[in-house]
Design a protein around this ligand. Structure first.
Ligand code: UDP
Length: 372
């Protein structure tokens, strides 16, 4: 059986893990990355002025329940214990996130027990007796009632997604827990941590294999597919087809960063729930690495908006009206014999880092025995 020659477009987590596994199985893999760095949107970089490790495209915190994925990333990076906590500023006050007993008691000015809080919240919940919640708004009202929803979710969500919360899918809200105890850990997953030297160093090591040739500043073209046994495309699905059926909508982010002497906000991420504040959150990067010492700080304001041609896509917007267009691209993708679409952009799904890695590991199992 001769070794295959694969093309992987994009050196983010999905592409890097797949490339590594195929190379480890004895194949040749070319990875073409259009940017000048690896790691996609989890790219981290040391700020030359302060030495702070910056999450260049927004905060990325590793969390997973998948032991195989956790073992995998630990092969390539030393993970430091890190529990992510988020606060939210709403109507001039600071609250604990995600919604937990502290948030509820802060918000209502009460000292409710877990049981009493549960009773109070379910008493105010707005549920349809006849059907399950379909939209983000219905899901939120059914879970937490109107006052908490309008304070912490409606404004933030409409800024984040650029459309009314009653047009968004309920699945977005299901990312976040609602807790009736004082656990304020942002994630509930079993394994959580931060790679000590950053995600870019981890991905660099994943790609460091004699079977892999990495091309930076290199935009893969569709016609190149003919030169390879198979192509794995991790860029936007519609981009592969030159957007010829129309553009799938994405949200992009605008970042405004500055250096602050000392501690700016005392926490890594502060959300801003009010709709009259344009940004959704402020990140203070040095707090992602409490084991490091930095007197100065790098601070980033994050403002979402609709992606225009040429912008970096971050979040796929899966609204009802785009489903039709997506279905047409997906049908085309399924019919491809030589191309497989991977990752958040290639499959147009709101995937976390661990899912990208898990899916690439599974896909590599399928392709490792492919012959040239
Ligand atoms: N969300 C919100 N208020 C918050 C935090 C999150 O309304 O303070 C909503 C918002 O719609 C967001 C979703 O919950 O898009 C998922 O939040 P997550 O923190 O997972 O978003 P990410 O970090 O992936 O941008």
């Amino acid at each position: 059986m001769g070794a295959a020659h694969f093309l992987v477009t994009g050196a983010g987590l999905s592409g890097a893990v797949l490339a590594r596994e195929l190379a480890a199985a004895g194949h040749r893999v070319s990875v073409m990355e259009m940017r000048d760095h690896v790691a996609g949107n989890c790219h981290t970089r040391r700020d030359p002025q302060t030495g702070v490790l910056v999450h260049v495209y927004g905060p990325h915190i590793f969390h997973t329940d998948d032991a195989r994925v956790w073992e995998y990333v630990n092969r390539f990076a030393r993970f430091r214990p890190y529990r992510h906590r988020v606060l939210s500023t709403a109507a001039g006050r600071v609250y604990s996130m995600p919604l937990n007993l502290l948030t509820i008691n802060q918000f209502f000015g009460t000292t409710l027990s877990p049981q009493a809080a549960r009773a109070r919240i379910s008493g105010g919940a707005e549920k349809s007796a006849t059907r399950a919640p379909r939209t983000f708004e219905e899901q939120a009202l059914a879970l937490m009632g109107r006052p908490l929803y309008e304070t912490f979710f409606k404004g933030y969500t409409e800024k984040q997604w650029g459309c009314p919360a009653d047009t968004l899918p309920a699945s977005i809200l299901k990312r976040l827990p609602l807790r009736f105890d004082y656990n304020d850990s942002y994630f509930s997953q079993r394994f959580q941590g931060m790679p000590e030297e950053g995600y870019t160093e981890m991905v660099r090591r994943i790609l460091d294999h004699p079977g892999i040739t990495l091309y930076l500043n290199c935009r893969a073209k569709r016609h190149m597919a003919a030169d390879f046994t198979h192509v794995f495309h991790s860029g936007p699905l519609d981009g592969w087809y030159g957007h010829d059926l129309g553009r799938l909508p994405y949200r992009t982010l605008e970042f405004q960063s500055f250096v602050h002497a000392g501690d700016f906000q005392g926490t890594p991420v502060m959300n801003y729930a009010d709709s009259d504040i344009p940004y959704t959150r402020i990140t203070e990067h040095k707090h992602f690495a409490p084991w490091e010492e930095h007197s100065a700080s790098v601070v980033t304001l994050e403002t979402p908006r609709a992606a225009r041609p040429g912008d970096i896509p971050y979040y796929p917007v899966r609204l009802a009206r785009e489903k039709h267009l997506l279905a047409r691209y997906e049908a085309r993708a399924r019919a491809e014999r030589h191309v497989t679409f991977i990752g958040r952009l290639g499959t147009y799904r709101y995937l976390d880092m661990d899912r990208c890695i898990g899916e690439s590991l599974a896909l590599a199992e399928t392709y490792r025995r492919v012959a040239a």
